[in-house]
Write a protein that binds this ligand. Structure first.
Ligand code: FES
Length: 203
């Protein structure tokens, strides 16, 4: 079992201070993960920053279950070259990889969604299904690009969590259900949601 995380607060700092051989108690698996439709032939992975972690797992799963029959086109974006993590393994699992950095220190200069938009025609011809994880601004831009085009996409949301069980409501996000909007817990109802289900405006 492997974990990829960045120290951003007290919890991850405590984790980072554990020593080899120490025991940790885990509860899981929890929530709802990615769902690869049967018969998928081409998938697009869109990772921003630490979003590489769940998508590497997904790519590994595809390679183990479907061997070479799924073409995986991967887009990875980060602020700068030093913020790119896990690129080697994700590249090895992918059929092709496009990397962007905001400051141009690695790959193409710019945001990852711009690179993806440039390839949309080719991807859509193959009936691509997208899976994404990254900062909210990246996901909101994906929503603007993919939803009007009717391209399916599942997103894994990043939220701070406390209980992980749907009890504290600390990870609530606005979602569309039926004709209205309501709140869902990222830990229990997600972290994976259809892109079109999440309310991206106003946050
Ligand atoms: S972390 Fe408590 S409800 Fe999600």
């Amino acid at each position: 079992m492997e974990f990829l995380y960045r120290v951003t607060g007290r919890g991850t700092r405590i984790l980072s201070e554990r020593c080899e051989g120490e025991e940790l108690v885990l509860t899981g698996p929890l929530g709802r993960g990615f769902d690869i439709p049967p018969g998928a032939r081409r998938i697009g992975l869109v990772a921003g920053g630490m979003g590489v972690a769940p998508l590497t797992y997904l790519a590994r799963y595809c390679r183990e279950r479907a061997s070479g029959s799924i073409r995986i086109t991967t887009y990875v974006g980060a602020r700068t070259a030093s913020a790119l993590v896990g690129l080697e393994e994700l590249s090895a699992l992918s059929s092709e990889v496009v990397v962007t950095t905001d400051d141009g220190t690695y790959g193409t200069c710019g945001v990852v969604t711009a690179a993806l938009e440039a390839d949309m025609g080719d991807l859509c011809r193959d009936g691509v299904i997208f899976f994404a994880c990254g900062p909210r601004a990246m996901m909101a831009r994906l929503a603007e690009c993919l939803i009007p085009a009717g391209v399916p996409c599942q997103v894994s949301l990043e939220e701070r969590m406390a209980c992980g069980l749907g009890a504290c409501l600390g990870c609530a996000v606005a979602v569309r259900r039926g004709d209205g909007e309501t709140y869902a817990s990222v830990c229990k109802d997600g972290p994976v949601f259809p892109l079109a289900e999440v309310v991206w405006e106003g946050k």
